[in-house]
Design a protein around this ligand. Structure first.
Ligand SMILES: [Zn+2]
Length: 235
């Protein structure tokens, strides 16, 4: 008698476990829209409400959960969706997350959790790198607003700007000593700081066209920065 009941219970439990991944996959998209189908733990099937460690771990069995593909980098690193961010806070959040998900801490755990930790760790690194540098942060923020600037496109650059870039490139090519390279470097840095300030204002005013224009210019200057780095590297 008891055996039959236990068997039925186990079968029911089994169905819940089997059903869980399907519901979780659906809920990835549905959760943000409907807001009522909480994702479930891949291991024990418990609902994963707001839990410790940014909801990374199951509150019941502590298993590491898979990354949420619907979360963007800003939300992942606990930042407002704005260009102006507190980079000290960003770094602190990054370190805090890496201490939770770094693969080194999962060497004794299941293969599934190892794989999740690799994915989390890669995503956290990518998010941090993207949001730290003004250019990539701006491009990413534009992308979230549905605006892409494909690499290598000359986005209606005015002649004056193109001449300016050409002159800086020539100056760098001609630079024969460290002092000359440093001079170009400080010109480029001053320009980038000015652009960063202006793109910040453009985003604050929701002027995405302006932001796009400035970010495109920043990308030109970023290419010069790369050339400076190469030139400074001793052969
Ligand atoms: Zn669990």
């Amino acid at each position: 008698m008891w055996g039959w009941r236990a068997g039925a219970l186990l079968r029911g439990w089994g169905r819940r476990l089997v059903g869980a991944p399907g519901r979780r996959l659906l809920s990835c998209h549905a959760a943000s829209q409907a807001g009522n189908s909480a994702p479930r733990c891949w291991k024990c099937g418990s609902p994963r409400g707001p839990a410790r460690g940014d909801g990374l771990f199951c509150p019941q069995c502590s298993a590491l959960q898979p990354p949420d593909p619907t979360r963007d980098y800003f939300s992942l690193l606990d930042c407002h969706h704005s260009f102006r961010i507190d980079t000290t806070k960003l770094q602190r959040k990054y370190q805090q997350l890496q201490r939770l998900v770094h693969p080194d801490f999962f060497s004794q755990r299941s293969q599934t959790e190892k794989e999740f930790s690799e994915k989390h760790s890669t995503m956290v690194n990518e998010a941090y790198k993207t949001l730290l540098a003004p250019l990539s942060r701006g491009l990413y923020l534009l992308k979230l607003h549905g605006i892409d600037i494909p690499e290598g496109t000359d986005y209606e650059m005015d002649n004056q700007f193109l001449v300016e870039i050409m002159e800086i490139n020539e100056k760098l090519a001609e630079a024969q000593n460290e002092a000359a390279i440093k001079e170009v470097e400080s010109t480029v840095r001053a320009k980038q700081n000015e652009f960063t300030e202006n793109v910040s204002k453009a985003f604050e005013q929701d002027d995405f066209e302006k932001a796009k224009e400035i970010l495109t210019k920043m990308r030109y200057f970023s290419n010069v920065e790369e050339k400076i780095k190469l030139k400074k590297t001793p052969l």
